[in-house]
Ligand binder design. Structure first.
Ligand code: SF4
Length: 395
């Protein structure tokens, strides 16, 4: 991009021929797109078949909003005052039973109102204002819906140019990183995907690519996001080596039971070499670690699978984070409505205790002694099976 200050630019758009060549089925793509050299692929049908779009009118008037809406010309459009609180979606307890139907068929489109950059110190140095606040995936342990209610469909915020400018200003104020820390030795790390899966969002939202490519222009910053989906469009982006992708991993058997809608573990592992070859930094995210009979064997097999599945280049740069499961009473109730079997693995009051999290909310975590012992055991397994892999942090 030429202009570092203005990234929500309008482009006259691709010619009709351009659209036909790149995406013959995409007749409805609107003529207002960032100047990218390729259009995003369509999302897999199993993930999204949008029938209803809830939208803030202001979002529809932006270039990105128009581009996203243009993908779903036949979807019903319902105007809402705020993407954050939609009474007949987030506020309706009956929606919980349709959790997966809502994930597949509903899209929410809004404008981010606050551009706060929050300190983190775990996965990243800071949490950036990000382009999504709801997710197409349906991981049973997801914490994002705790503040949403009874539905949490993919929710895209269109003003990514302003988000990027907020990070640019923040990073400029910080200047060079004074000393190496676990997040990164020299760059300030900003998590840009805290409340969604950007690999899926990127099928629809041009702003995801805009943000990733925008970080290439910020000399002292690195974008970072966790994902459980492999979107190979990202392999062609001009990220400038300033993005870290964290593939979420857990034992395959458990993933099949609770990583609902996510790609199989073997698919995620198989993508690591390709993303490293494309210049991304790729880490793995053992998250959440779920304790039950056989968990050690599951992780031993997972680590062998990972070790066998990646090449020397990926191995040399690989780091990991370990995040033990947290859960809460409200999500337990919601999950019982759509995936009660998942709760057999997540809700274990006999080995869990209630604590207040960083946001002041009550959360259920493994009891102190149990959790500490499990973290040490998992670190030991990693050291034995994949000794090159540094554990950046565990909590
Ligand atoms: S991918 Fe992340 S944000 Fe999406 S449902 Fe899973 S845990 Fe939640």
């Amino acid at each position: 991009m030429q202009d570092g200050e203005k990234t929500d630019h309008l482009w006259p758009g691709p010619s009709a021929d351009h659209i036909r060549v790149l995406s013959p089925h995409r007749e409805s793509w609107p003529l207002t797109l960032p100047l990218f050299d390729m259009l995003p692929s369509d999302p897999p049908d199993r993930l999204l078949d949008i029938e209803t779009v809830y939208l803030e009118p202001e979002a529809a008037r932006t270039a990105h909003g128009a581009a996203i809406l243009g993908r779903f010309p036949d979807a019903a459009r319902i105007e809402v005052a705020s993407h954050w609180r939609i009474p007949d979606l987030h506020g309706d307890p009956a929606r919980a039973a349709d959790w997966l139907k809502v994930k597949r068929g509903v899209l929410v489109l809004g404008v981010r109102k606050t551009m706060t950059v929050r300190p983190n110190g775990r996965s990243a140095d800071y949490i950036a204002p990000g382009p999504s606040t709801g997710c197409a995936m349906a991981c049973a342990y997801c914490y994002v819906p705790r503040r949403k209610g009874y539905a949490n469909p993919i929710t895209l915020l269109v003003n990514t140019g302003a988000m990027l400018r907020a990070v640019e200003r923040h990073a400029a104020k910080l200047g060079p990183k004074p000393k190496p820390v676990q997040t990164h030795p020299t760059l300030w790390v900003y998590d840009i995907g805290e409340n969604g899966d950007l690999s899926v969002d990127a099928y629809l939202h041009p702003g995801v690519r805009e943000m990733v490519e925008g970080f290439a222009r910020i000399p002292n910053a690195l974008a970072s996001f966790a994902t459980k989906h492999v979107n190979r469009d990202l392999l062609h982006w001009n990220h400038g080596g300033h993005t870290r992708i964290r593939f979420g991993l857990m034992p395959e058997g458990m993933a099949k039971r609770i990583d609902i809608r996510a790609d199989p573990i073997e698919t995620r592992i198989a993508a690591i070499d390709d993303f490293v070859r494309a210049g991304y930094e790729v880490h793995v995210n053992f998250s959440p670690v779920i304790l039950e009979d056989g968990w050690r064997d599951g992780y031993a097999r997972l680590l062998e699978q990972l070790s066998d599945g990646i090449g020397a280049r990926a191995r040399a740069q690989l780091k990991a984070e370990i995040i033990m499961l947290t859960h809460d009473r409200f999500m337990h109730g919601v999950n019982l409505e759509w995936h009660p079997k998942g709760e057999d693995h997540l809700w274990k009051p006999e080995i869990q205790e209630t604590k207040r999290n960083q946001m002041g909310a009550e959360a259920l975590r493994y009891r102190h002694g149990i959790k500490g012992k499990a973290v040490a055991e998992l670190k030991g397994l990693i050291a034995a099976k994949l000794p090159e892999c540094v554990v950046r942090y565990a909590f």
